[in-house]
Design a protein around this ligand. Sequence first.
Ligand SMILES: [Zn+2]
Length: 98
Amino acid sequence: MNQKSEKSTEKRRKVLISFPRKLTRAGQRIVCPECGNDHDFFEVAQDVTITTKYIQNPDGSFTPQSDESTVLGDVNLYCGECYADLSQYYRRFAEMIF
Ligand SMILES: [Zn+2]
C-alpha cells in the first residue's frame, strides 16, 4: 500500500516539472502557495513608532504636517485571500514596491 502512494507522488512531481518554463519565471510574481492568489497582499509591521508633526492653528485646532514611521519589530507579508504567512517572499516583495 505504501508503494502505491509513493508512485502517485512521483506522477505529481512530473506534472509540476513539465510546466512551461516561461510560466514559472513570469516576472517572478509572488503567488500564494496555499490558494494561488497573486493579487492581494497584506504587509504587517510590528512595533511601529509613528511621529507626526502638527501645527497649531490660531483657533486652537491642529493640522498634521508630516509623519514619520519607524518599524522596530518584524515586518510580515500575508496573503490577502487566505491570510497565509508569505514572509518568506518579503524580500522580493520589498524590492518590487514602486
Ligand atoms: Zn492565499
